[in-house]
Design a protein around this ligand. Structure first.
Ligand code: 4NP
Length: 145
């Protein structure tokens, strides 16, 4: 799960998807395309929103997306178009490129809809992000389980 800062959207996405998959069979992680917040906890508003839905994401620490993530993971989900482009810029093979998807295309294939960045908004933005990620992750988890 990849966003810009790895403190708002992708930590929620990681927590939500991990909660829907068997941890003995799947590894779920998140990262940011920018390094501004490396080592930090998720944004308080993401942690609060997660908690309101029974998820603990306080174990997470922000990290930057790295080229070796293409080897480590089978699926790479971008939250928005800018994340998508920044991830693809690090891809070196066709196999790498094929792993990268827009997360909301799970709900509406080929729509390339974006998860809005809630960083500068209010708490409702985080709940909105939670709801769209929950729907997308439910669909994906069913597909691969
Ligand atoms: P995220 O949100 O990409 O969902 O983690 C942001 C977090 C931090 C910043 C921008 C977006 N920032 O500019 O510091």
């Amino acid at each position: 799960m990849v966003c810009l800062g790895n403190i708002c959207r992708s930590p929620l996405a990681e927590g939500i998807l991990a909660s829907k998959l068997d941890p003995t069979k799947f590894e779920v992680d998140s990262a940011g395309t920018a390094g501004y917040h490396v080592g930090e906890l998720p944004d308080k508003r993401s942690m609060t929103t997660a908690k309101q839905h029974g998820l603990d994401i306080t174990y997470q620490r922000s990290r930057k997306f790295v080229r070796s993530d293409f080897q480590t993971f089978d699926y790479i989900f971008a939250m928005d178009r800018s994340n998508y482009d920044n991830i693809l810029a690090l891809a070196t093979t066709e196999q790498d490129r094929a792993k990268v998807h827009m997360i909301l295309n799970q709900i509406s294939p080929n729509s390339n809809a974006e998860v809005p960045d809630p960083y500068y908004g209010g708490d409702q933005g985080f709940e909105n992000v939670y709801q769209m990620l929950d729907e997308a992750c439910s669909i994906f988890a069913q597909k691969i389980s």
